[in-house]
Design a protein around this ligand. Structure first.
Ligand code: NAP
Ligand code: ZN
Ligand code: ZN
Length: 351
């Protein structure tokens, strides 16, 4: 084991601070990675602050990890020292169930092993994420960063990118489809870029009028301000697909009104409390689908990275130091991030 620098929350109400953790030495199938950058997902905040049930402390968040391989186990075939790699939201799964066999490890029937707050089957206790200097991961859960993609702005693709790519592919977003991306944050801005690259007509649906200009720059064809009832009314029954990335409980039934017959409303955001029930009459009267989706499988995540490399897609990032993380969480809550914070892990030493 190696003692490793990290940043952790010790309780739901304690700000994150410097902390020491143990990482395992690489086993035969493991890759040891020096972490260079780590994206800051709203799920990190939900987890660190105990907004979802079941956070284990000390909690080291971070599941948008990129870095360089520094050591590999004897049986590793896919990676070598020096490779540019990434780790997303999962570090293992059962590998035997129907979902795992289909490449959908995120839907493992036994539950995938989260990069943080999962069950650590090697060292015992719970897994610890990317707000740390290094991580050791089974090679089957490590992604290759395509040449040409800058490491820092690629980090957010490992969660925010795949969380939008997977459902956009599953629900066939593309030419001739009208896709609405609800909420312009980390997930939402990746959704706009990817849906546009897939050839869909893309509309940003936001509560923040100030983000309208950015939406166009990111690739949205148009914008709806969801707090403007006239705009919402005018857009009723015009969308095939809605990708809902909102991080707080909200009136998602008002958003569902925008769907055409046979439309699908895909829930991606995970607010701390559940939504009010759907309006059943509208659903059956328009053959609507209310759906959910989480991240994507490892194979699909690699495919997403290649897709982004081909289409020159990375995240719009604001680089922060490790010791700015608590302030970054507050800014994220205020919607004051364009559009993803990424931690320069070189700053962990001084933090
Ligand atoms: P984020 O950067 O904070 O963006 C969330 C956006 O939601 C905000 O920018 C804001 O957009 C909108 N919003 C916030 N509060 C709102 C409210 N009260 N009413 C309406 N809109 C509101 O967060 P993120 O990192 O993109 O994550 C979004 C959510 O997805 C989080 O709950 C996160 O845990 C979850 N998540 C899920 C998965 C998955 O696999 N399904 C993966 C990653 C994250 P506007 O200002 O444009 O309205
Ligand atoms: Zn995430
Ligand atoms: Zn499984």
């Amino acid at each position: 084991m190696t003692t490793t620098r990290a940043f952790a929350a010790q309780s739901p109400t304690t700000p994150l601070g410097a902390h020491s953790i143990e990482r395992r030495e690489p086993g035969p199938h493991d890759v040891k990675i020096d972490i260079l950058f780590c994206g800051v997902c709203h799920s990190d905040l939900h987890t660190a602050r105990g907004e979802w049930e079941g956070t284990k402390y000390p909690c080291v968040p971070g599941h948008e990890i990129v870095g360089k391989v520094v050591a590999v186990g004897a049986h590793v075939t896919k990676f070598a020292a020096g490779d540019r790699v990434g780790v997303g939201c999962m570090v293992d799964s059962c590998r035997e169930c129907e979902s795992c066999k289909a490449g959908n490890e995120q839907y493992c029937y036994a539950g995938n092993v989260g990069t943080y707050n999962g069950k650590d089957t090697h060292l015992g206790g719970h897994t610890l994420g990317g707000y740390s200097a290094s991580i050791t991961v089974d090679e089957d859960f490590v992604l290759r960063i395509p040449d040409g993609l800058p490491l820092d702005a690629t980090a957010p693709l490992l969660c925010a990118g795949i969380t939008l790519y997977s459902p956009l592919m599953h629900w066939h977003a593309g030419s001739g489809k009208r896709v609405g991306i609800v909420g312009l944050g980390g997930l939402g801005h990746m959704g706009v870029k990817i849906a546009r690259a897939l050839g869909a007509h893309v509309t940003m649906i936001t509560t923040s009028p100030g983000k309208a200009k950015d939406a166009a720059k990111l690739g949205a064809h148009d914008v709806i301000i969801s707090t403007d009832t006239a705009q919402m009314k005018a857009a009723e029954k015009t969308f095939d697909l809605l990708m809902n990335t909102v991080s707080a409980t909200h009136d998602f039934n008002a958003i569902s009104r925008l769907l055409k017959v046979d439309g699908a409303h895909v829930l991606l955001g995970v607010p701390p409390t559940d939504f009010p029930p759907p309006v059943v009459g509208r659903m059956i009267g328009n053959r609507l689908t209310l759906a959910g989706s989480t991240i994507g499988g490892i194979r699909e995540t690699q495919e997403m990275l290649e897709f982004c490399a081909r289409h020159d897609i990375v995240s719009d990032i604001e680089m922060i130091r490790m010791d700015q993380i608590n302030e970054a969480y507050e800014r994220m809550l205020r919607g004051d991030v364009k559009y993803r914070f990424v931690i320069d892990m070189a700053t962990l030493k001084a933090a």
